[in-house]
Design a protein around this ligand. Sequence first.
Ligand SMILES: *Cc1c(COP(=O)(O)O)cnc(C)c1O
Length: 231
Amino acid sequence: MTIASNLSALHDRIARAVHRAGRNASDIALMAVSKTQPAATIIEAYEAGQRLVGENRVQEFSEKIGALASLRDAEFHMIGHLQSNKAPKAAELFHAIDSLDSAKLAERLNAAAEKLGKTLDVLIEINVPGEAAKSGIAPDSSELERILAGAPTWKHLRIRGLMTVPPFTEDPEGARSYFRQLRELRDCLAARNLPSINLDVLSMGMSHDFEVAIEEGSTCVRIGTAIFGAR
Ligand SMILES: *Cc1c(COP(=O)(O)O)cnc(C)c1O
């Protein structure tokens, strides 16, 4: 299997899930998650038409970005846990941060983006079941309220929606309730009409469960293994 044929098979599966859910294909973005893959592999995906790319480590991506300079219209998102001391580097390297998980990180990203004269799109990462060990913030946490309240002051961040990584279950159906809860949280927050908060994006679904995520309202599926093979 080549990357091009994997991408094409994925587009077909996405189209079928979209159809089952009575949604529009144009509402769902496919992000290629290229962590651990060399720059040459990212270029191969780009040549097969892939533009949206997710990476989960600042250091790893900083080593690859030089080789990706010719991919001018590619869009690179940070999707992994980001320590606030790495905010300046992340703000410089990425177009968007999809894993915002604290108000402190938002402050740092905003300050770094301001210095760079850019505006960063961000997603708030929610840990739906609220397990202490996992990344993301709990839905009913004071940290989430701090981010929502701080948004109007962060002129160089654009909050665009929510992201989640559910606990792994062998059966993709096991993720359905987490995806549904993320959508319900989004609807709840959207109903509050909070200033400077846009909630159009729901980033959820990975290689083994993206079809369920699309049925539950995902607008961005993040796919690694099904494009590039096992890591
Ligand atoms: C690795 C990763 C993915 C992709 O996972 P696959 O199972 O390989 O599709 C998606 N989202 C995040 C946050 C990841 O770290």
